[in-house]
Design a protein around this ligand. Sequence first.
Ligand code: APR
Length: 238
Amino acid sequence: MYHRIVVLTGAGISAESGLRTFRDQNGLWENHHIEDVATPEGYARDPELVERFYNERWHQLQDPSVKPNAAHEALARLEQEFTGDFLLVTQNVDDLHERGGSRKLLHMHGELSKGRCPRSGQIFRLHEPFGNDNCCTCCIPAQRLRPHIVWFGEIPIGMDRIHDALEECDLFIAIGTSGTVYPAAGFVEIANHHGAMSVEVNLAAKERHSLFHLHYEGKASEILPGLVDKILAGSLFA
Ligand code: APR
């Protein structure tokens, strides 16, 4: 039986909820340059362009057809029924894990539903898209909120807590991530190095899947319910 589980998710777990991934066909990085919309330099150069990029994704999250899928719900069930330590680390900035019932959750790349004061760093829940009138209430004069997103070149959120969990875990599961962006891409090696069993769930076999002890190829929403049953029954590697 396992005592400490760490789960890492990427855009692939939200793909079946209708949210685009980054590097699959028709991915977000096909129509946007990372340096223009996902770097501090891009934001300094053209904040309106960056705001349009995130407002488009913010509006999509308000669409009632975009909701948690069976993979999100299976992870929430695992968290609730597993009696050991559990941490879900997501690279995703959508709120589908929360809406699917997850609570022991860490958004290492930030959250689309929040804005951040560029001066104080204070975080605000967004009730409307980014723009001129979306300002902080912590400064005089009020500052235009920036997306509470970790851009390339910025430090991901919660890394100390994530490292501690990876070093202690005995089961590490990566779901729907291409494993191309560090530090998340290196989490499997940290977990393996500290004796964990590692499992990957991905639509397609990845060149990196040799790093995992077990690989499930297919849709996360179809694989996760049965995988969670096996983990809870202690029969994953039986
Ligand atoms: N089920 C399981 N896996 C899926 C599914 C699905 N239904 N659909 C797609 N995938 C897999 C793809 O095979 C791919 O490996 O999800 C992965 C998505 O990869 P990316 O688009 O690169 O997304 P991600 O790994 O989350 O990107 C990491 O890169 O651009 C930055 O900050 C951004 O957090 C993001 C980070």
